[in-house]
Design a protein around this ligand. Structure first.
Ligand SMILES: [Zn+2]
Length: 154
């Protein structure tokens, strides 16, 4: 076999293999897993079982400094402080996320149809998006503070 033919077969074989494995890769990338070993039981309940923290329980409700909110599991940057607003709901609320920060899914629990959002990087649940028109973007990202870590701008 000449080297050109061998090269072709190598590339062809690799392409086929990548194609065959792509659904598994996709499945793997959306499967949520514990990255931060220090997550508390309460954080895990929200992130992996879609629980919701008690309203007005998060210290991040009162966070007004400039900076970014990161995923408490994987550290991905999710929200900028300028998108945060006081929704008076008791949960940290944002008008928009950073581009590509989340993936959404429809949640039909409690007899309601709601849009649930998950970290695009590690897949854990963060909260729900409401279209209640109370913001400039018409969107309200209702977040569980326990899923977020705030890092002030230095
Ligand atoms: Zn994450």
């Amino acid at each position: 076999m000449n080297s050109k033919k061998r090269k072709f077969l190598e590339i062809f074989g690799f392409s086929c293999l990548s194609f065959v494995l792509s659904p598994y890769k996709l499945l793997y990338s959306v499967t949520n897993k514990i990255i931060n070993p220090n997550l508390t039981e309460e954080q895990k309940k929200i992130m992996f079982n879609e629980a919701t923290e008690r309203p007005f329980s998060s210290p991040l409700n009162n966070e007004k400094r400039k900076g970014f909110f990161h995923c408490a599991n994987c550290g991905a940057k999710l929200f900028a402080s300028n998108a945060k607003f006081d929704s008076h709901t008791g949960w940290p609320s944002f008008t928009e996320s950073l581009p590509g920060a989340f993936k959404t899914k429809i949640d039909y629990s409690f007899g309601m149809k709601r849009v649930e959002y998950h970290c695009a990087n590690c897949g854990v649940h963060h909260g729900h998006i409401f279209d209640d028109g109370s913001t400039s973007t018409q969107k309200r990202f209702c977040s569980n503070g326990l899923c977020l870590i705030f890092k002030p701008e230095s």
